[in-house]
Design a protein around this ligand. Structure first.
Ligand code: PXL
Length: 277
C-alpha cells in the first residue's frame, strides 16, 4: 500500500459522531495521512438536538488554503462532506484547482439532505452551488434525497431500478464520473448501493437493519474513501463501506441511548482487515 495524503473538508460536530470526528479516525485507520479543513464548528450535529451552537469558518478558509499553497502542500485526494455555507463551495472548488496533485481524486458527499428533506441549515441556493461541486467530482456519494435535489427528479420512497437509474444517469450527465448512490432499497429486508460509471451500472445488496442511526452516511463515505484511495475499485470500496457500516449499526444496536451516531470505533479492526485484503 502506498502512503497517500487526503484532505477532508467538513464540519466538526463536537458531540455526535459525524463528519470530521468520524472521517479523521476512519481515514487514519485506513492508513492515509489525513489533513482536515473544518467548515464550521458546532456543539452537536443538527439532527435531533436543539439549541446547538454554530461557528461558520468560511472566512478562515482562503487564508488556510493560501498558507498551504505557500508551503507547497498538496493532496492525493480531496473528500468533501457537510459544508458551512454556499459561499464555501466556491472556495472548495478553488482548493480543488490549486492544491491537488496531478491525478488526484475528488470525492464529494453532498451532505445536505435526508428522508426527503434538506437539513435545517440549507436552502435551494446551497443546492445550486453544490451542483457545481458535483459536476466536477470524480465520485459523488449522495443518498436518494440528495440525488433528487441535485437532479430535480422528484423524491420517491418506493421505486424500482428505472427510477434509480434515472437518478444516477442524471448525475453522470451533470459531469460526475462515478455515482455511488446509497440507501437504495427495493424490498423490506434488504438495502444497498448503486454504483454507476463508464463501465456500467451495478448494485450491491446488503441486509437492512430496523433501527435508523444518525451519522451512518459519514461513516459510509469515510470508509468508501479509505478503501478507494487505497486502491480498491469503486464497486469494491462501495461494498466494503456497506459491510463496515452494517457492522457499526449492529454493534450499536441494543443501546437506545445511542441513536445520535454509531459506535464505529470498536469495529475499525474489521475495516482495516477488509481494506488490507
Ligand atoms: O451527518 C451529516 C451531518 C454533518 N454535520 C452536521 C449535521 C449533519 C446532519 O444532520 O447536522 C452538522
Amino acid at each position: 500500500m502506498s502512503y497517500k495524503r487526503v484532505l477532508t473538508i467538513q464540519d466538526i460536530s463536537c458531540f455526535g459522531q459525524c463528519s470530521l470526528t468520524v472521517a479523521l479516525p476512519i481515514l487514519s485507520a485506513a492508513g492515509l495521512e489525513t489533513v482536515i479543513l473544518p467548515s464550521a464548528v458546532l456543539s452537536t450535529h443538527t439532527a435531533g438536538f436543539t439549541g446547538f451552537t454554530v461557528r461558520d469558518l468560511t472566512g478562515d478558509i482562503p487564508g488556510i488554503a493560501a498558507h498551504w499553497k505557500r508551503e507547497g502542500i498538496s493532496f492525493d485526494a480531496l473528500y468533501t462532506g457537510y459544508l458551512g455555507s454556499a459561499e464555501q463551495i466556491g472556495m472548495v472548488c478553488d482548493i480543488a484547482d490549486t492544491l491537488l496533485k496531478p491525478g488526484a481524486v475528488t470525492v464529494v458527499d453532498p451532505a445536505m439532505a435526508d428522508n426527503g428533506k434538506l437539513y435545517p441549515a440549507f436552502d435551494l441556493a446551497f443546492v445550486d452551488e453544490m451542483k457545481k461541486l458535483v459536476s466536477r467530482a470524480d465520485i459523488v456519494l449522495p443518498n436518494i434525497t440528495e440525488a433528487s435535489y441535485l437532479t430535480g427528479i422528484g423524491y420517491k420512497e418506493t421505486y424500482g431500478e428505472d427510477y434509480i437509474r434515472s437518478l444516477t444517469e442524471a448525475l453522470l450527465s451533470m459531469g460526475a464520473k462515478t455515482v455511488v448512490l446509497t440507501g437504495v432499497s427495493y424490498d423490506a429486508e434488504t438495502t444497498g448501493v448503486a454504483v454507476h460509471d463508464a463501465h456500467g451500472f451495478a448494485y450491491y445488496r446488503h441486509k437492512k437493519l430496523p433501527q435508523s442511526s444518525h451519522g451512518t452516511g459519514d461513516v459510509y463515505a469515510s470508509a468508501f474513501v479509505g478503501a478507494y484511495v487505497q486502491g480498491k475499485s469503486a464497486y469494491d470500496a462501495a461494498a466494503i463501506a456497506a459491510d463496515y457500516t452494517v457492522a457499526c449499526i449492529e454493534y450499536t444496536d441494543g443501546d437506545p441511548q445511542h441513536r445520535y451516531g454509531v459506535k464505529f470505533e470498536p469495529v475499525l479492526p474489521e475495516l482495516i482487515k477488509m481494506i488490507g485484503r
